[in-house]
Design a protein around this ligand. Structure first.
Ligand SMILES: [Zn+2]
Length: 119
C-alpha cells in the first residue's frame, strides 16, 4: 500500500531534481540556487539591452527554482514520514489523510479539511 506512494514520491523527486539541475545548483548549505547564465559573464555583457533580458531570465529561473525546491522539500518530508512510520497523518488534526487525497498528492501534509491551514 505505502509502497505505491513511495514509488510515486521517488519518481517525482527524481524528476524535480533533474529539473532543478537544469535551472541551478546546490550551494554549500544544501540550498538550490539558480545558476547565472554563463554567457552573462562574457564579453556580451557590453550590450545593456541584452543584459536586461538575461537577468530577467535569471529572475524567472529563480522563481521556478524556488517553487520546485518547496515541492521537493514536501516530498522529502513525506519520505521521512514513511521512514518514521507517521506517513499519511494530518499535521493539524493527526487523523488519517483521505486515500483519494494522497492519490492525487502523495506528499500531502494534511487532510482535506485542513489543506488550507498549512502553507
Ligand atoms: Zn486534518
Amino acid at each position: 500500500m505505502l509502497k505505491i506512494y513511495k514509488t510515486k514520491l521517488d519518481e517525482e523527486k527524481k524528476l524535480l531534481e533533474d529539473e532543478l539541475g537544469t535551472l541551478g545548483q546546490v550551494d554549500k548549505k544544501g540550498d538550490w540556487e539558480a545558476t547565472p547564465d554563463d554567457k552573462m559573464v562574457t564579453q556580451e555583457v557590453q550590450d545593456e539591452g541584452d543584459m536586461a533580458d538575461r537577468s530577467e531570465d535569471y529572475e524567472e529561473r529563480s522563481i521556478k527554482l524556488n517553487f520546485l525546491e518547496l515541492r521537493l522539500a514536501d516530498i522529502n518530508r513525506a519520505l521521512e514520514k514513511m521512514n518514521g512510520g507517521n506517513y499519511g497523518i494530518c499535521e493539524v488534526c493527526k487523523k488519517k489523510i483521505e486515500m483519494d487525497r494522497l492519490e492525487v498528492n502523495p506528499a500531502a501534509r494534511t487532510c482535506k479539511e485542513h489543506m488550507d491551514k498549512v502553507v
